[in-house]
Design a protein around this ligand. Structure first.
Ligand code: ATP
Length: 144
């Protein structure tokens, strides 16, 4: 049975975005299960994160074995490979994860993520670019 009290979050893909997301969640006192298919990435983050495992997240069976179906939330932080990102979201949908967050790198990517069942689609590069623009402009106003 799913532990509905669980504050655990699955983070898939430990690239530049995923690793910062995972460590920020840990700093916020959330239990994080981090998954990446690259042994180098897993090795690299194993000292910093409590649970880092090597697995191909596009494989529903692999995610199931790791207990991903018990989590209420998962974030797909894979960016460059649209195929891997979409198949991973699909696997999470099939496992019945109730809140799936997925990173999109383009509007078309976002459209596919949405249509396969992602609940929240995020654009880290676009959002950060916008935020930094606002930050720069607000600092300009501070010093006029
Ligand atoms: P970032 O901008 O966050 O560095 P990126 O777009 O440069 O990301 P990606 O190719 O999206 O890099 O990969 C992000 C991480 O996702 C990598 O560490 C990669 O190993 C991992 N990854 C890619 N495909 C899979 C998969 N099928 N299963 C698990 N992890 C994956």
């Amino acid at each position: 049975a799913r532990n509905t009290d669980s504050n655990g979050i699955v983070v898939i893909g430990l690239g530049r975005f995923g690793c910062h997301l995972a460590s920020a969640l840990v700093a916020l006192d959330h239990e994080v299960l981090a998954i990446d298919h690259s042994p180098e990435q897993v090795q690299r983050w194993s000292n910093h994160l409590e649970r880092v495992v090597q697995a191909d997240a596009t494989e529903e069976g692999a995610l199931h074995q790791l207990g991903v179906a018990e989590f209420r939330r998962a974030v797909v932080a894979i960016g460059a490979s649209v195929e891997a990102s979409v198949l991973t979201v699909l696997a999470l949908v099939e496992l019945g994860v109730p809140q799936i967050w997925a990173r999109a790198t383009s509007d078309k990517h976002a459209k596919i993520l949405d249509s396969v069942g992602a609940h929240h689609v995020i654009f880290p590069e676009a959002e950060t670019g916008e935020r930094v623009a606002h930050l720069i402009v607000s600092k300009m106003l501070d010093f006029v």
